[in-house]
Design a protein around this ligand. Structure first.
Ligand SMILES: Cc1cc2nc3c(=O)[nH]c(=O)nc-3n(C[C@H](O)[C@H](O)[C@H](O)COP(=O)(O)OP(=O)(O)OC[C@H]3O[C@@H](n4cnc5c(N)ncnc54)[C@H](O)[C@@H]3O)c2cc1C
Length: 489
């Protein structure tokens, strides 16, 4: 199939190498590796700018770490489920608004728990006793004060250290902030939630960089109908080759050749690598020539954390009508967090969400063992709990298509690495959540890097052929703004 742009100049598709005889030197074409939010955003933008685009995706589905499952008869997100930053500045807001997708806001700005306000919750100790709300609020204030003190620690030392080390230093300087007994357990729970935000343990998170990313205003909104409609809309009409695992990318002065595991070869003017950082770290994609050292360092030095979801579907609701349930313990590792989807969506579902080392350990379990483990945590606090009728378990850490959940700043490493990962090399462009210095680890971050990579790619390819004026800018269409539909309680 061939397309013509407005100037009736003939364009040629990115296509299977074997089919190409005389490749037109000025054919603007691009191959996108990975059909997650970044890859699909890039493909959509280039397609709309009259490029010939092929998306190569290793899985049998699009979406990547956005994965809405319908097994229960209603949507449940096994990957991303919140829009972080319910505001018009969010790059995804126009699209979500236009689709009329409802959001259930779980927090406003500046919540100490990131995605939840302390309005609607129940925390329990291991014996099933509910923690008094005023204690939870008080410990939240203490947690905030400790974080402020860690900032002083940061100002006062050149060397980076982990969040955990910084906490220990703060306790030495300010013994009044050290908590005992139940209060300490609640503090561990706050730490556990912070670890959930970064998908990493406090002992690995950088004190210097942990708060470098931008948190958009407007709080956090759960996508009540799941993220799937958004990615489906973006992907409409694109040439996406599923079950196409890229194993080799070689760049030449006049283009890029991409080979899949099955041996299919594709050529184009440029390629956008939108595979997850975990996959790049595994070196399962071979780059020829080898990527420069600074790029390889960026790949290896950004942290990839793990967070998983164990989704439990029950016959009836036996838990309190709150947004989330928690179990406090002596260590952050021992704490638990259950998101109550019944509150937001009306479905009888609790989502257990371990992160860091705990998620890594659970990642190795069978689905059944993981579901049993999650249910055991629930039974500790609600002895009358009846077992789930269905469950779903994610394995983002061991899935070879992701090899991790999302990126974070490791101790001793610079936040500039995200930008270095993004910087193009010749006709090879990079996109994905881990290339977003502003919004790493998020769907809107992945989306905006896809758009940026597409624009950089378009400029580079067209500049080269002196045809810059002939094509529409990426995302040049007028975006009609529609209000976000937000509910609460
Ligand atoms: C459990 C969990 C909860 C999360 N919660 C939220 C949330 O609430 N809100 C939020 O904003 N973000 C959240 N995130 C993060 C968010 O999902 C990601 O930041 C975002 O979806 C990443 O998009 P991406 O396009 O960069 O990567 P991906 O979505 O991973 O896309 C990369 C694609 O590349 C494909 N691929 C891999 N290897 C190859 C290969 N060799 N060849 C071809 N294709 C390949 C993959 O299959 C995948 O489809 C969460 C993530 C997880 C795992």
């Amino acid at each position: 199939m061939e397309l013509r742009n407005r100037n009736t100049r003939q364009l040629r598709p990115a296509m299977c190498y074997s089919k190409i005889k005389n490749r037109h030197p000025a054919s603007p074409s691009a191959i996108i590796i990975g059909a997650g939010f970044a890859g699909i955003a890039a493909a959509r933008a280039l397609h709309d700018a009259s490029f010939q685009v092929i998306v190569l995706e290793s899985r049998d589905r699009i979406g990547g770490r956005v994965c809405t499952d319908y097994t229960f008869g209603f949507p449940v997100d096994l990957g991303a489920s919140w829009l972080h930053g319910v505001c018009n500045e969010n790059p995804l807001a126009p699209l979500i608004g236009r689709l009329g997708l409802p959001l259930y806001r779980t927090s406003g700005d500046n919540s100490v728990l990131y995605d939840h306000d302390l309005e609607s919750y129940a925390l329990f100790d291991m014996d099933g006793n509910q923690v008094p709300q005023d204690l939870v609020v008080k410990v939240g204030e203490a947690f905030d004060s400790i974080l402020k003190e860690t900032d002083k620690v940061r100002q006062g030392c050149n060397e980076d250290m982990s969040i955990q080390q910084a906490f220990s230093l703060v306790f030495k300087r300010r013994p009044d902030l050290q908590l005992e007994g139940l209060a300490n357990k609640v503090l561990q729970w706050y730490l556990c939630r912070m670890e959930g935000w970064f998908a990493a343990d406090a002992e690995t998170i950088s004190l210097k960089c942990w708060d470098e990313a931008i948190l958009l205003p407007g709080g956090h909104g759960l996508m009540v109908r799941g993220y799937r409609p958004v990615i489906n809309t973006l992907a409409k009409g694109l040439d996406i080759r599923l079950n196409s695992r890229v194993s080799n990318i070689s760049r030449h002065h006049d283009g890029v050749r991409v080979t899949t595991e099955s041996g299919a070869t594709f050529v184009a003017d440029a390629a956008i690598v939108a595979a997850p950082l975990g996959v790049l770290q595994s070196k399962s994609i071979k780059f020829e020539p080898r990527l420069p050292e600074w790029k390889e360092e960026a790949i290896s030095d950004i942290g990839v954390g793990i967070e998983n979801k164990i989704v439990l579907h029950f016959e009836k609701v036996f838990w309190p009508n709150v947004e989330f349930l928690g179990v406090v313990a002596d260590t952050a590792y021992g704490c638990s967090y259950f998101l109550n989807l019944h509150k937001a969506t009306g479905h009888r579902v609790l989502v257990y969400m371990p992160a860091g080392k705990l998620a890594q350990d659970i990642d190795k379990m069978s689905d059944e063992a993981a579901a049993n483990f999650a249910f055991m945590q629930l039974e500790k606090i609600l002895p009358d709990a009846s077992p789930p009728i269905q469950y779903l378990v994610s394995h983002w850490g061991s899935d070879i298509n992701s090899l991790g959940s999302y990126s974070y700043d490791k101790v001793g490493k610079s936040h500039d690495l995200y930008e270095r990962l993004r910087i193009p090399i010749d006709n090879l462009f990079f996109a994905g959540e881990a290339t977003s210095a502003l919004y790493p680890g998020s769907v809107h971050g992945a989306y905006s890097t896809g758009l940026q990579a597409a624009e950089d790619c378009r400029m580079r390819v067209l500049e080269r052929y002196g045809e810059l004026d002939l094509f529409q800018p990426v995302m040049g269409e007028e975006i009609v703004s529609a209000p976000l539909l937000i509910s609460r309680m």
